[in-house]
Design a protein around this ligand. Structure first.
Ligand SMILES: [Zn+2]
Ligand SMILES: [Zn+2]
Length: 251
């Protein structure tokens, strides 16, 4: 399939990635992408940027080299209640795209039930559009529960190309993603593929994801990467449905 967007990438601002915003967007253009998301790690990951970085992202043009640019963050899920490592106001005011995921240095791995609850709470949060790399055997989760929550909340679960690479520190991603994607197929739950690039040469390269999807004969219509509009519709649905729910609860 043709991948028109890649919204999970990191630049030098994340502290352990090596290209600039300009280089990443240029690479996206050369790969023929229509949209790139730049999503630096939020605080908690050693060497990443401070809140001020997110505050000032408004100065970055949202179109460069013919590619739409979304400036966002990959926020840490800190605990089993799904607490996020970035202030709510910063998320609302500064981020075009909001990814949340569990990362080693800022999460104590729990039981399957606890890890699952951490992800479900994040999935239910209107400030989280996408759950990054829910694919690591070191942080075991119940995939059916997560897929059900994603369906109900229109939150996107990620197929992370970097997790599928042999260089990845994550464990068991091929097997775990197959389990997750079978549930997504059965329950008709859309997913998103991202590269999680930490250098420009990896932007828009979905080599492992393509193999996985082909091997599984996974339905293309459930992969939002085929259309920028589709991604935006999904995000809109997610943010709106939860807001309506919140208003009802507080009134
Ligand atoms: Zn991550
Ligand atoms: Zn990442």
């Amino acid at each position: 399939m043709e991948f028109k967007l890649d919204v999970h990438t990191h630049t030098i601002a994340s502290g352990h990635a090596y290209a600039t915003v300009t280089e990443m967007v240029k690479a996206a253009s050369e790969r023929g992408l229509e949209l790139i998301g730049i999503t630096e790690h939020a605080k908690g990951i050693p060497g990443t940027c401070d809140s001020m970085y997110f505050h000032n992202m408004k100065i970055i043009p949202r179109k460069m080299y013919g590619v739409e640019v979304m400036m966002g963050a990959e926020i840490n899920i800190l605990d089993y209640d799904g607490t996020l490592s970035l202030d709510e106001k910063i998320i609302d005011k500064t981020l075009d795209i909001r990814i949340a995921g569990i990362h080693d240095p800022c999460y104590t791995v729990g039981t399957i039930a606890q890890n699952t609850q951490a992800l479900v709470k994040a999935i239910e949060n209107p400030q989280v559009d996408i759950i990054s790399h829910p694919d690591d055997s070191r942080i075991p989760v119940d995939y059916e529960t997560i897929v059900d929550a994603a369906k109900e909340n229109h939150t996107l679960l990620e197929i992370n190309n970097s997790s599928l690479d042999c260089l990845s520190s994550r464990v068991g991603a091929w097997d775990n993603l197959q389990v997750m994607l079978r549930f997504c197929e059965d329950k008709k739950v859309p997913v998103i593929a991202n590269t999680d690039s930490h250098f420009a040469d990896a932007v828009g390269v979905f080599d492992h994801v393509s193999v996985l999807l082909e091997e599984m004969n996974f339905p293309e219509e459930l992969v939002v990467n085929r259309s920028v509009d589709l991604l935006k519709e999904q995000i809109q649905k997610h943010r709106t449905i939860r807001k309506i729910g919140k208003q009802r609860c507080s009134s």
